[in-house]
Design a protein around this ligand. Structure first.
Ligand SMILES: Cc1ncc(COP(=O)(O)O)c(C=O)c1O
Length: 482
């Protein structure tokens, strides 16, 4: 071995993650050289100017610095005794609202040890209980109808990514174990399966039918994997989908459940975009599974939706019907707990944010109106920006965008490209010409012979409208004529 050289884990060496791959790396170089880069390669809303939800930040700041609660109370009572003109401090927003102070106190007293201490490895029980109530309310589950979510089967995680990794790492017991993954997919799944040394079994939602699913697509993928000796253990469904935006309807979700039940598979439901449906209804897998005994792992996050708190790394994993272990007496949740214990606990501010995500301000709270205004404002703006981009696609030769708008992305098919080039070349040239940073379809997987790109519809409208006209010119100059 040459001095200083070291063999590294080949699974990690071969792992790929295009969302932070060569195109964004080139974008960083161009930005350092002074070019205005519009970062549409990643779903990172606050990096593109989205303001944090006031309710979340008010309370997080009180939790981080609890001494503010007493100080603000004392100042408020002092100000009440001063004539308003003299204080100059009584304007709205100078102080935390009473509801925020009370919520801060409640959370601190339930945490007991503040946010600087480790918590239970699964996360504090009161937060897991709140998550379970949120899931039941979302799905309309009552004692007489459906199966209640169990707080003991909920893990608070550092983003949904960690939850996905916990499940996949635990599930893949042998190099021939496989997990079904939609193609195209968010590369967390391909990367994690690769890292854990398992087999990725791709299934291909029907692009021309709006990226919908049907039984034959699933059956085909499963039987060819089984014919190749792969032991398929689970199916990943991303709903709404990154990168395609597809939102599954009730029938699609039930179809996946029937398929999984008939073939003895677990379901890994990535539902981090459940609020990004823009008028459609979100159907959760937990609701569709109902009283069935089907093993289900559902993921949610504070990073997406209208929350946009990617950097806070909050999220949860909910397990239903955990499989028994082949050896010994425990079940899957016991092993997940062991895994979570090695990490000690997820970060506490992410845990608190997850609590706030599942506990919005009550309608009689003075924080409610602003929360609703901000939530609806973020979702409306996202939808409007997606529509604006789609309208530009109509002016681009040979480019088609199938399906409805969901999640935070559009995934158009590029049509014919210059001889010998790929969607990677297209995206790189698009970046270098216009400053628009996207990710080429190959980064997510795609049917052989098709080319795509993914664009996140996050930058401010004015920025987008400026770059869209440049993109139309670039595109029509780059792709071959009819
Ligand atoms: C489908 C999907 N799942 C999971 C994640 C990761 O989310 P988190 O920030 O919660 O780890 C993303 C991030 O873009 C995503 O698109």
């Amino acid at each position: 071995m040459p001095s200083g050289a070291m063999a590294v884990n080949p699974n990690i060496l071969e792992m790929e993650y295009a969302v932070r791959g060569p195109i964004p790396q080139r974008a960083a170089e161009l930005a350092a050289g002074g070019m205005q880069v519009i970062s549409c390669h990643i779903g990172n809303p606050q990096a593109l100017g989205q303001s944090p939800i006031y309710y979340y930040r008010q309370i997080l700041s009180l939790i981080e610095d609890p001494s503010r609660i007493g100080r603000e109370r004392a100042l408020k009572s002092l100000l009440k005794r001063l004539p308003q003109a003299e204080s100059g401090l009584s304007k709205e927003g100078e102080f935390s609202s009473e509801a925020a102070l009370e919520m801060g106190e409640t959370i601190l007293s339930r945490l007991g040890t503040g946010v600087g201490a480790y918590t239970e490895s699964k996360g504090p029980a009161f937060i897991r209980e709140a998550v379970a109530r949120y899931i039941d309310e979302r799905d309309g589950v009552t004692d007489s109808d459906g199966k209640r979510s169990d707080p003991e089967n909920i893990f608070l995680t550092n983003g949904a990514s960690e939850g996905a990794r916990f499940v996949i790492e635990t599930m893949l017991a042998d190099p021939k174990d496989g997990i079904m993954v939609p193609i195209p997919q968010y590369p967390l799944y391909s990367a994690t399966i690769r890292r854990c040394g398992g087999v990725q079994v791709g299934y291909f939602p029907d692009e021309d039918a709006g990226w919908t699913l049907n039984r034959s697509i699933l059956e085909e993928a499963l039987s060819s994997a089984r014919d190749g000796g792969v032991k398929v253990k689970a199916i990943v469904v991303i709903n709404p989908c990154n990168p395609t935006g597809a939102v599954l309807d009730d029938d699609d979700v039930k179809d996946v459940c029937t398929f999984a039940r008939e073939h003895g598979l677990a379901i890994i439901a990535d539902e981090v975009y459940q609020d990004n449906v823009y008028g459609a209804s979100f159907v959760s897998f937990a609701k569709a599974v109902g009283r069935d005994e089907l093993p289900l792992f559902s993921l949610h996050s504070t990073s997406k939706g209208f929350h946009g708190e990617c950097g806070h790394r909050g999220g949860y994993l909910e397990v239903r019907n955990p499989p028994r272990l082949e050896v010994g007496s425990g079940n899957f949740v016991d092993i997940l707990l062991k895994l979570a214990s090695v990490n000690l606990c997820s970060n506490t501010m992410g845990q608190v944010l997850t609590y706030l995500m599942v506990s919005p301000p009550k309608s009689d709270s003075d924080l409610h109106a602003r929360y609703i205004r901000e939530k609806e404002g973020v979702l409306r703006a996202l939808h409007e920006k997606a529509v604006m981009i789609r309208e530009s696609f109509e002016k681009m030769r040979g480019l088609f965008c199938f399906g409805r708008i969901g999640a935070m992305y559009l995934f158009p098919r590029l049509g014919k490209l210059p001889e010998g080039t790929t969607d990677f070349d297209y995206c790189m040239r698009l970046l270098e010409t216009t400053g628009l940073c996207t990710v080429n379809g190959a980064g997510f997987g795609q049917k052989t012979g098709t080319w795509h790109l993914r664009i996140a519809f996050l930058p401010p409208k004015e920025v987008l409208s400026n770059v869209l006209s440049k993109w139309i010119d670039f595109h029509n100059g780059y792709v071959p004529g009819e």
